[in-house]
Design a protein around this ligand. Structure first.
Ligand SMILES: N[C@@H](CCC(=O)N[C@@H](CS)C(=O)NCC(=O)O)C(=O)O
Length: 214
């Protein structure tokens, strides 16, 4: 295949370097050793689905492939895994069959979504002093306290023979993003910080730091 054709066949991650959901997919791409191009969505207030790879929800990330577009981080990660060779042993959310593990995934995903709402309300000029913001912050603090308490036993309950889990990648992106966007001070979460320090030694994590695209 010519270099130009190879470039065209590469999947394209559509997202932002400052987005935690996008970082999940970039960490997966690195772990799966799948080469990709990156298309930055410059304006997250755009009402045009085409700017988000066609996602009608107007959200990032998406993955554009010659076969079609995948919307959302979990779909994108699964497709990157399908493209990997050899395929690493990944633990997916549906395999988390104990309340501790399933709830950990639910709270990580919800905390990420809550963070998005907090940030977007701020961007939209809603400020941070309304009753909904107060409830969002309370929920986020509750979720982080739960995760601080339960992360160690949850990680210990994951199948030991795994190469990666969606839970660990999303937890890492959540904690680092709270710090990056200064949504919450994270220094007091000793267990979560210890997990992040360990996870950060993976090249996939150190190669994908959060930054604002210019
Ligand atoms: N369910 C989606 C959620 C993605 C999401 O909320 N992405 C944020 C950026 S990190 C976004 O697009 N925000 C734009 C908005 O809230 O309008 C996923 O798992 O990828």
């Amino acid at each position: 295949m010519s270099a130009a054709l190879e470039e065209l066949a590469k999947p394209v991650i559509i997202g932002r370097s400052s987005s935690h959901f996008t970082r999940i997919t970039r960490i997966f791409a690195a772990e799966m050793r799948v080469d990709y191009s990156f298309r930055v969505v410059r304006d997250l207030m755009s009402p045009n689905p085409e700017d988000y790879g066609g996602n009608p929800a107007l959200r990032i990330p998406s993955l554009q492939t010659p076969q079609g577009v995948w919307f959302g981080s979990l779909n994108v990660c699964r497709e990157l895994w399908r493209r990997s060779n050899p395929r690493p042993r990944v633990v997916w959310p549906e395999e988390l069959d104990k309340p501790l593990l399933a709830n950990a995934q639910e709270l990580v995903s919800q905390a990420m979504a809550t963070e998005v709402t907090i940030i977007m309300e701020k961007v939209a000029g809603a400020g941070d002093s309304n009753a909904h913001q107060a409830k969002l912050r309370k929920g986020l603090l509750n979720m982080m306290a739960w995760l601080e308490e339960n992360t160690r036993p949850a990680l210990a309950a994951l199948p030991p023979q795994r190469d990666l889990s969606y839970l660990e990648v999303s937890l890492f992106c959540l904690v680092k993003h709270l710090e990056f966007r200064e949504v919450l001070p994270t220094a007091s979460y000793a267990e979560l910080n210890q997990f992040c320090q360990q996870f950060a030694t993976r090249p996939s994590a150190s190669e994908t730091p959060f930054r604002f695209d210019t």
